[in-house]
Design a binder for this molecule. Structure first.
Ligand code: GLU
Length: 549
C-alpha cells in the first residue's frame, strides 16, 4: 500500500501541515514542576459532582505549582450535545468557585492554546489523522452498521472476542483500487487506527493515583475519525493534551479500560503522554453495601441539586476537599480558619477506591461554614439564592432585612453556637417563624397544660410582658407565673414531686413558645421577642388566645 498516496486521497483539502500546527502550539514556558491540568467536560446537559471533584483537584494542582488550569469543551459528539449545556457548565463551575486560567468562556475564550472547543479544531485532528495514515497506522473503513453486526454475529457464533480487530477487521485488507472505488462511489467512511500488537502483549504505565499498572495492550482497530470527519474522544484528547501541553491528566476511572487505546495513540504519534491520574468514583451507601452514584437514581449527583437547594459553594468545596485528599480533614482540624489554598494537595493522596459521598457530612460542614460567615454575608447569600429559587421568600427577606439578619444571628456566639443554618431552602423553612407573613402554628401545645391553662398563661403573660426586661428578668416573670398557676418553678422540683404540680416552668414557657414561634423547638425565646417587637408579640399572643377559645 502506498501510504502517502492514501493520505493524499483521504485528505485532499487540508491547508495546514504538522509544522504549522506545532509552531502555533509551542512548548509552554513554565517553571520546572509547574503542572498543566484541564477539565474537559462534554456538553451533555448534566454537570455533576464528579466534574467538580476533578475540577478542584486540577485547579489546586495547577495553582499550587504555578501552572495552568484550562477548560476544554469536548463537543465532538453531536448526537449527545444539549443546547445551552456549555453555558450551564461554565456558570455552574464558576458558581462553585472554579477559576480557569485559560479556556472556553460563554462568549469566546481566553488563552493562546485554543480553540478550546473541540468542534472548532476539526482540521487539526485531520492533519494528525493524515499523519497516522502516512505511517501506515490508520485506514478508512467503509463497513455499514449491518456489516459490523454481521461480524459480531460470526464472532459470537465462534465464541471469539467481539470487535473490529485482526482478521475480523475487514477493511484493513482493502487494496488501493478498492478504496478508490468506494470513495468514487461516495461511500461514507470512518478512519480506524491499525493496532499492531502480538497476542498477549501488555502495556505498562504509572498512574498518578494508582501507581504502576500493567494492562493488556490494545488490539482493536478503533475509530479515530467518525464519518463526519470529527474525531472520537480517544483521538481528540490525545491530540489536544499534546498540543495544549497537559502534564497531569485527571479523569474518572471509567476511562481505565480504554487507556491502552490512548497509550497506543500517543506511541503512534511519537508523543510523550501526560501523567494519567484516574480518580475513583463517588459512591453512596445503600443498605449494608455501597454503590456508584448514578445519574438516573441520585439527584444529588447533579451540581444543580446543590445550587437549587442553596448550598453555599464554600461548603460544597470544603466537603469535596475532605474526600479528595485523605489528610485534608486532619489538616483542617489543625488549621480551622486557614484558606484551603494553604493546604498542599497531592494526587497520591487521592483515594483509589470509591470515595463515599455523605450528605449528612456535607450538611455538617455547611453548618460550620455558615458559622464562619458574617450575618451580612449570610443574608446576601440567602437573598441571592432566594431571588433565583424562591421569589416569595426573597420578597420577605427584602421587606424585613433587619429582622432576617437578627434572626439568622440568634445563638451564633458562645462556646456552643447553634447550628441552625444549613442551606437556602432549609433556611427559608427554618426562619419562617420570624416573619409575620409566614408565621404559623405548626406544633401542639404541651400535653401537660390544659386548654384553659394555655389561655390563662398567655393572657397573664401578655399583661406582664415588658419589652425592656432583660433575659433574666423576663424568665423570672415566667417562673413566677408558673408558680402562681400551680406549676413547679424548676423541672427538678416537678420530677421529685410530680403529684404536687400540674407541670413545670418548661411547660409554661412551652405554651408561650408555641404561641410566638409556632414550634416546640425555637431559638432563644427572649431574643425572638426582641426581634418581633412588642406589637407583634401582642398580636401573636392575642391570635393564639383567640384560636384556643
Ligand atoms: N469529555 C470526557 C467526559 O466528559 C472527559 C474525559 C477526560 O477528562 O479526558 O467524560
Amino acid at each position: 500500500m502506498d501510504n502517502l498516496k492514501l493520505a493524499e486521497i483521504l485528505f485532499p483539502n487540508l491547508s495546514l501541515t504538522v509544522d504549522d500546527i506545532e509552531a502555533k502550539y509551542p512548548q509552554r514556558q513554565l517553571a520546572s514542576g509547574a503542572m498543566v491540568t484541564r477539565l474537559a467536560p462534554s456538553p451533555t446537559g448534566f454537570i455533576h459532582l464528579g466534574n467538580l471533584y476533578g475540577a478542584y483537584a486540577d485547579m489546586k494542582l495547577a495553582n499550587q505549582s504555578g501552572g495552568v488550569f484550562y477548560l476544554r469543551i469536548e463537543d465532538t459528539d453531536e448526537k449527545r450535545e444539549v443546547p445551552g449545556a456549555v453555558e450551564e457548565i461554565i456558570n455552574g463551575l464558576q458558581y462553585f468557585g472554579v477559576d480557569f486560567d485559560e479556556g472556553a468562556l460563554i462568549d469566546g475564550e481566553k488563552g493562546a492554546y485554543g480553540p478550546y472547543r473541540q468542534s472548532a479544531r476539526k482540521e487539526l485532528y485531520q492533519v494528525y489523522a493524515r499523519e497516522l495514515v502516512k505511517k501506515g497506522l490508520a485506514y478508512p473503513c467503509f463497513c455499514t452498521e449491518e456489516d459490523l453486526a454481521e461480524i459480531r454475529n460470526q464472532q459470537e457464533a465462534q465464541k471469539e472476542q467481539t470487535g473490529y480487530y485482526g482478521k475480523w477487521a475487514r477493511d484493513r485488507f482493502l487494496t488501493m483500487e478498492q478504496i478508490e472505488k468506494n470513495l468514487a462511489e461516495g461511500k461514507p467512511w470512518v478512519l480506524r487506527f491499525k493496532a499492531m500488537v502480538q497476542d498477549g502483549e501488555t502495556v505498562g504505565l504509572v498512574d498518578g493515583i494508582r501507581g504502576p499498572l500493567v494492562l493488556p495492550a490494545n488490539n482493536m482497530d478503533f475509530v479515530v475519525l467518525k464519518a463526519t470527519g470529527l474525531p472520537t474522544y480517544h483521538f481528540a484528547h490525545v491530540v489536544d493534551d499534546h498540543l495544549m501541553g497537559t502534564t497531569h491528566l485527571l479523569r474518572g476511572e471509567e476511562w481505565l479500560s480504554t487507556l491502552p487505546m490512548h497509550l497506543a495513540l500517543f506511541a503512534a504519534m511519537g508523543w510523550e503522554h501526560p501523567l494519567y491520574c484516574h480518580t475513583a468514583h463517588l459512591m453512596k451507601k445503600e443498605g449494608e453495601g455501597r454503590r456508584k452514584l448514578s445519574k438516573r437514581k441520585d439527584p444529588e449527583l447533579g451540581l444543580n441539586y446543590y445550587r437549587s437547594l442553596g448550598y453555599h459553594p464554600l461548603a460544597v468545596k470544603e466537603y469535596l476537599l475532605t474526600i479528595l485528599n485523605s489528610n485534608y480533614e486532619e489538616w483542617r482540624l489543625e488549621h480551622p480558619t486557614a484558606a484551603d489554598s494553604e493546604f498542599e494537595f497531592t494526587v497520591d493522596k487521592m483515594g483509589r477506591s470509591g470515595a463515599l459521598f455523605d450528605l449528612e457530612k456535607l450538611n455538617d460542614i455547611s453548618q460550620t461554614i455558615f458559622l464562619q460567615l458574617t450575618v451580612e454575608e449570610i443574608y446576601e447569600f440567602v437573598l441571592a439564592w432566594a431571588k433565583e429559587y424562591d421569589t416569595a421568600y426573597a420578597q420577605i427577606l427584602t421587606d424585613h432585612a433587619d429582622m432576617a439578619k437578627k434572626a439568622f444571628d440568634i445563638g451564633r456566639s458562645g462556646d456552643k453556637p447553634r447550628k441552625d443554618l444549613v442551606y437556602g431552602a432549609q433556611i427559608a423553612k427554618f426562619s419562617a417563624y420570624i416573619f409575620p407573613e409566614t408565621f404559623e402554628i405548626t406544633d401542639s401545645y404541651p400535653a401537660e397544660v390544659s386548654k384553659e391553662d394555655c389561655v390563662t398563661i398567655l393572657r397573664e403573660y401578655l399583661q406582664g410582658y415588658v419589652y425592656e426586661d432583660d433575659n433574666d428578668a423576663w424568665f423570672g416573670k415566667v417562673r413566677l407565673l408558673a408558680q402562681e398557676l400551680g406549676y413547679a418553678a424548676k423541672p427538678k422540683d416537678f420530677k421529685k414531686n410530680p403529684d404536687q404540680y400540674k407541670g413545670h416552668v418548661g411547660h409554661v414557657s412551652g405554651v408561650i413558645r408555641i404561641a410566638l414561634t409556632g414550634r416546640t423547638n425555637s431559638p432563644d425565646l427572649w431574643e425572638v421577642q426582641q426581634i418581633l417587637g412588642v406589637e407583634e408579640v401582642a398580636r401573636r399572643i392575642n391570635n393564639a388566645i383567640a384560636a384556643l377559645n
